[in-house]
Design a protein around this ligand. Structure first.
Ligand code: FES
Length: 179
C-alpha cells in the first residue's frame, strides 16, 4: 500500500506517471487554478505550471483581434502562438482578459495547428492528422477528436503594454522537457 505524509505526498512506492515525471523535470513548478472549464461551473481546477525565466514576447497594442502571431518560449525551438480572441478566456490578459498563448502542436500525435486558428469559434483545429480541436477560451481543452490532453498554455503577464511569458501549463508534445 502507498504511504503518504500528512500533505498527501508519496513517501514510498507511489506510482509516478510518465507525464508527471516528465513534467516535473527541468523547471520549478507552481500550482495555479484554472477557470472556465465546462462542467465545473464556478469551481476552479488545480493545474501545475512549470515556471521558466520571464521573457518579453510582444506588445499588447500591436495585437490585432483574431490575428495570431508566433513567438519562441521557453526555448528557441518551441514555437507558440499569441492571439487576441476578442472574448474573455481562461488565463487571458489585458482589459478584456482575451489575450492568450498556446503551443500549437497537437497533443495527440504532434499535428501542426499553427495555421489552424478558427476565429469564429476561438479554437485551434481541426488538426490536419486526426481532426482534434481545442478551445482557446478554456485553457486549450480538447473539444473533439482523438487527443486526450489540453494544448499547453503559455502563462502570460502584462506590464504596461509589454507582454511577458512566465511559464507553461503542460508539456509540449514529443518532448521530455519544455526546455
Ligand atoms: S495528431 Fe492531431 S488529432 Fe492526431
Amino acid at each position: 500500500m502507498d504511504k503518504e505524509n500528512k500533505n498527501g505526498e508519496c513517501l514510498s512506492s507511489c506510482v509516478t506517471t510518465r507525464r508527471q515525471f516528465l513534467f516535473m523535470s527541468g523547471a520549478a513548478t507552481a500550482t495555479v487554478f484554472l477557470s472556465g472549464i465546462p462542467g465545473f461551473g464556478a469551481a476552479r481546477v488545480e493545474a501545475v505550471v512549470a515556471k521558466y525565466p520571464k521573457q518579453k514576447i510582444g506588445k499588447l497594442s500591436a495585437l490585432k483581434q483574431d490575428m495570431p502571431v508566433t513567438f519562441a518560449y521557453p526555448s528557441k525551438d518551441i514555437k507558440n502562438i499569441l492571439v487576441k480572441l476578442g472574448v474573455p478566456a481562461g488565463g487571458g490578459i489585458g482589459s478584456n482578459k482575451d489575450v492568450v498563448a498556446f503551443n500549437p502542436v497537437c497533443t495527440h500525435m504532434g499535428g501542426n495547428l499553427e495555421k489552424a486558428y478558427n476565429a469564429e469559434h476561438k479554437i485551434l483545429g481541426q488538426c490536419p492528422l486526426h481532426l482534434s480541436t481545442f478551445d482557446l477560451t478554456r485553457h486549450g481543452i480538447i473539444i473533439s477528436g482523438h487527443a486526450t490532453e489540453s494544448l499547453p498554455q503559455i502563462e502570460l503577464e502584462l506590464e504596461g503594454d509589454d507582454i511577458y511569458a512566465t511559464g507553461v501549463i503542460g508539456l509540449v508534445y514529443g518532448r521530455n522537457s519544455n526546455i
